[in-house]
Design a protein around this ligand. Structure first.
Ligand SMILES: [Zn+2]
Length: 232
């Protein structure tokens, strides 16, 4: 067990890529927040969110503020409007993923359409909404739901997809990193990540970092996708 105070590294080292150990990063954050000082399972998205908010203290944050809003629709009245109160930072949930998405992930057509618990003011019909991303940043984080309302595990299935081509809002991204969750509930199990660094894929499992010969495009257990904008 390493005492966090013995580690002579700070957020500036993370930002400059000098600190790449997940355990060390967690220990740095433990100096700021008690949650990270304990051994209990942390949710990867809230961990990531906290890390980005800390890094957001300066210019790094301007590259990664992906915001979403809900498009709300009444099928009965045939009207649609934006829900301006639902702006979020890095919090996009996709429930469904096609069994075989081909070699292009097209999120344009995958935004979740769901009935909300509200009803239309005009006709009392159940309202449907879908999440629409505002894509004007260099980086984007997609969070896949890992459990349903009964706490049962949802597998995110990728099949034959190309990490070099992810379309969102008709803009092309490539996958920079994948955070995987291994376990039966969101409160248990283990997180690992795949990272593309200098056009090489690496698998990061706590302190163990392994060079991969190729990217596994049939991944299950995907929790977060970190994407980089290729071009406008
Ligand atoms: Zn209506």
């Amino acid at each position: 067990m390493v005492n966090p105070r013995d580690i002579n590294i700070n957020l500036e080292n993370i930002r400059q890529g000098k600190t790449n150990s997940t355990l060390k990063i967690r220990q740095i954050l433990a100096n700021n927040t008690e949650n990270f000082a304990q051994n209990r399972q942390m949710d990867a998205q809230s961990f990531y969110d906290y890390l980005i908010r800390k890094l957001d203290l300066d210019t790094f944050g301007i590259f990664i503020k992906t915001r979403c809003y809900d498009l709300v629709r009444c099928d009965n009245c045939n009207i649609q409007w934006e829900n301006p109160e639902n702006y979020q930072l890095i919090n996009t949930h996709f429930l469904y993923f096609p069994e075989d998405c081909g070699n292009i992930i097209d999120f344009n057509s995958m935004f979740l359409l769901q009935a909300t618990d509200r009803t239309c003011q005009h006709c009392n019909f159940n309202l449907k909404s879908r999440t629409k991303a505002i894509v004007n940043q260099k980086y984007m984080v997609i969070c896949f739901q890992r459990a349903n309302v009964r706490g049962e595990r949802i597998n995110t299935k990728f099949s034959n997809f190309n990490p070099e081509c992810v379309l969102i809002d008709n803009q092309r991204f490539k996958v920079k990193s994948v955070v995987r969750h291994h376990g039966n509930t969101i409160n248990s199990g283990h997180y690992t990540s795949l990272v593309n660094y200098n056009n090489q894929w690496w698998e990061c499992n706590d302190e163990t970092i392994t060079r991969l010969t190729n990217f596994d495009n049939t991944l299950k257990d995907v929790y977060l996708l970190i994407l980089e904008l290729i071009s406008h």
